[in-house]
Every structure is written in structure tokens, then in C-alpha cells.
Write a protein that binds this ligand. Structure first.
Ligand code: SF4
Ligand code: SF4
Length: 199
């Protein structure tokens, strides 16, 4: 079985994809610019990370980078797997609801992210390693606390256009190496899928 370190080496050394921080720089710069204008999430209960609004889906490379942030070891592995399995069951993410032949898609469910901790901590994933969509979703006015927060779709698209080749290569490599049959999944399902293949 290929180890986590071998996969990491293949992605960032052999395939030479840009580092997580470099690929997210545009989004992080925007977030920091907003914070300097006192537009931030510090006083919010975390609406966009909980079942009231979160339906985030991520790619294999985003899930892999969450694993880097989690610093998985033999000591935290089983707790982590159990927490992800519980989260998937709590929000019934293991039951797909097909919306019919006409639109040919699956219902996108909301769930509380397993990496969200209520209170001052909030998201526990390191900034450079968070899903792109999470970084691109921000408040637009001071003390908004979730009512008018928006995705900066233009910036997300600009970032994607710059990195698409890099990230397509990374996702193709992970799909082939780990025999993954999905393009995007909800955060707990994507992270658990990689954990089960690698550890
Ligand atoms: S990864 Fe972080 S920011 Fe994204 S949904 Fe989870 S807790 Fe929220
Ligand atoms: S982006 Fe908006 S909803 Fe999400 S934590 Fe920040 S203020 Fe709250």
C-alpha cells in the first residue's frame, strides 16, 4: 500500500503541483483584506459551517490537504474515523436521494462540518489547507454574523483558472492511485474515503 508520505511526495515533488498555500493565496489575501476592514467571522456562530447552511463538497486533493492539516497518527486515527462515520450517519449523508431523470442529479444535503467547533475556535482546519469554497465564502459588511455572507465566485473562478491543470493532475493521480470513483463529495465522506484507502 502507498503511504501518506509517498503520496505527498508524488503530488508536490514529482507532479510538482503548487503548494496548498500558493494555490489558495488569492482567497486568503481577500479574507485578510476584509479582516483589516473589520469584516470578519470572529463574532459569528459559524452559520456557514453548520447544517443550517453548509452543503460543501470537495475534490480528492482538497480532502488530501485536510488530512495534512489533521496530522493523522496511529493515536488519533480511530477517533477520527469514528467521528467522521458518526457525522455521516447523523446527517444521513450515506443515503443519496435521486432527484429524478429530468434533472439527473442527487439532492445536495446540508450538514454540520465535522471540523467545526462551536464557540471561539470555529474551523479547526489550518487556513492554507481549507477547502477553496470555505475560503471564498465571507461576510461583506461589518458585524454581519451570517446574514449576507456570499461566495466570491469571480475570485474562486480566477483561482481555479490559474490552478486547473495542476489540480486536475492531482485529482487524476489520487483517483488512480487510491481507486476513487468520485469527483466531489461532502467533506466527511471525502476525508473518510481517503483515510480508509491510505491508513
Ligand atoms: S472546513 Fe472549516 S470552514 Fe469549511 S465547512 Fe468545515 S469547519 Fe467550516
Ligand atoms: S462566512 Fe458568514 S456565516 Fe460563515 S462564519 Fe463567517 S460570518 Fe459566519
Amino acid at each position: 500500500m502507498t503511504t501518506f508520505a509517498e503520496i505527498q511526495n508524488s503530488l508536490y515533488q514529482k507532479l510538482n503541483i503548487h503548494s496548498p498555500g500558493e494555490r489558495r493565496k488569492l482567497l486568503i489575501d481577500e479574507m485578510e483584506g476584509l479582516t483589516n476592514k473589520k469584516i470578519h467571522c470572529f463574532n459569528c456562530s459559524g452559520t456557514c459551517c453548520t447544517f443550517s447552511a453548509n452543503s460543501m463538497q470537495i475534490t480528492p486533493i482538497e480532502a488530501f490537504e485536510i488530512l495534512i492539516s489533521l496530522e493523522v497518527t496511529e493515536h488519533n486515527l480511530s477517533d477520527l474515523k469514528a467521528a467522521l462515520q458518526k457525522n455521516i450517519q447523523d446527517y444521513r449523508l450515506d443515503h443519496e436521494i435521486f432527484l429524478g431523470k429530468k434533472i439527473n442529479s442527487i439532492l445536495r444535503k446540508t450538514y454540520t462540518c465535522p471540523f467545526f467547533v462551536a464557540g471561539s475556535k470555529g474551523c479547526t482546519i489550518k487556513k492554507d489547507l481549507k477547502p477553496y469554497g470555505c475560503l471564498g465564502f465571507n461576510p461583506r459588511i461589518e458585524n454581519d454574523n451570517g446574514s449576507q455572507c456570499l461566495s466570491n465566485t469571480e475570485l474562486l473562478e480566477t483561482r481555479e483558472n490559474v490552478e486547473i491543470k495542476n489540480e486536475d493532475n492531482a485529482n487524476d493521480f489520487l483517483k488512480q492511485e487510491l481507486q476513487l470513483e468520485w469527483v466531489k463529495l461532502e467533506i466527511p465522506k471525502a476525508v473518510l474515503a481517503l483515510l480508509e484507502k491510505i491508513f
